[in-house]
Design a binder for this molecule. Structure first.
Ligand code: SF4
Ligand code: FES
Length: 272
């Protein structure tokens, strides 16, 4: 039988056009087994509070839109089941460490600006090959593994909301951008460390991290940005003492070889 329970939702409301400060409103919702905080908010908006604002899209932990401060922890609303929280009163507020646009909507501009600052793309010195490819840059499974976990970042910004350093130094690049800086510099197809240095080897860069680890604990995708920051520090130290990066730049495998490789995985011919 489906378990249902009445839960009180304390929701932080703020309309900058009408108010000078946020306030809290309470709503009662019948919650059933498996119902997420996001589904509860959808029901609240449909049946009780049509003016409530929040952000969501995929409902499956992929788009990173629905980050909120639920019972004082930054979490994805679509991945948080209300009854799993184990409280009769559930508080929902916008992510901390971001400006508040309205109700539960944070302004994620700082996250995007910091992400853009570290040049989150492959920078290769072989621009002729990049502009007019004749093949593909070779990457072994081990070389891919060196940064694989950091590619799972969905840019939800929850790690910045959890980070005590961001709370006290809004200019700190933060766990998301710094982990992505490591992700790209560790990629053997990338030669962009020197181009990223002015952004990442700076006062508000990785050395501001106190290793609280709150970012890694909060990340809903299992990324370990705190570890990425430590790996980035090591990369910078090695670079600064002239040892440089410990990786071979990916070579180009000719297109004909790539096609042969793909043909090995071609499906068998149809029999009917
Ligand atoms: S590292 Fe994790 S918490 Fe931070 S933005 Fe990426 S997915 Fe979100
Ligand atoms: S709605 Fe996409 S991550 Fe929650």
């Amino acid at each position: 039988m489906t378990n249902t329970k009445q839960i009180t939702f304390r929701v932080r409301r703020f309309d900058p056009d009408k108010e000078s400060a946020p306030h809290w409103d309470e709503y009662k919702i019948h919650v059933h087994d498996g119902m997420t905080v996001l589904e509860a908010l959808h029901e609240l908006k449909a049946k009780q509070e049509p003016t409530l604002s929040y952000r969501s899209s995929c409902r499956m932990g992929v788009c990173g839109s629905c980050g909120m401060f639920i019972n004082d922890l930054p979490q994805l609303a679509c991945q948080t089941q209300v009854l799993h929280l184990g409280t009769d009163v559930v508080t929902v507020a916008p992510l901390p460490n971001y400006p508040n646009v309205k109700d539960l909507v944070p302004n994620l501009e700082p996250l995007i600006q910091k992400h853009a600052a570290i040049k989150p793309f492959i920078i290769h010195t072989n621009s002729t090959e990049v502009d007019n490819p004749t093949g593909e840059f070779i990457q072994s499974a081990e070389e891919r593994e060196a940064f694989s976990q950091f590619t799972y970042c969905i840019k939800c910004g929850i790690c910045l909301a959890a980070c005590p350093t961001v709370a006290t130094d809004p200019l700190f690049l933060g766990p998301q951008a710094l982990a992505q800086a490591y992700r790209y510099t560790a990629d053997n197809r990338d030669c962009g460390l020197q181009e990223r240095l002015s952004a990442i080897d700076a006062f508000h860069g990785p050395y501001q991290c106190h290793m609280a680890g709150a970012c890694s604990q909060a990340c809903p995708k299992g990324v370990d940005p705190a570890f990425g920051i430590q790996l980035l520090k090591r990369t910078l130290v090695l670079n600064n003492i002239g040892i440089g990066r410990n990786k071979k730049t990916a070579e180009v495998r000719p297109l004909a070889d790539v096609v042969k490789e793909i043909e090995k995985f071609a499906p068998p011919p149809r029999t009917v």
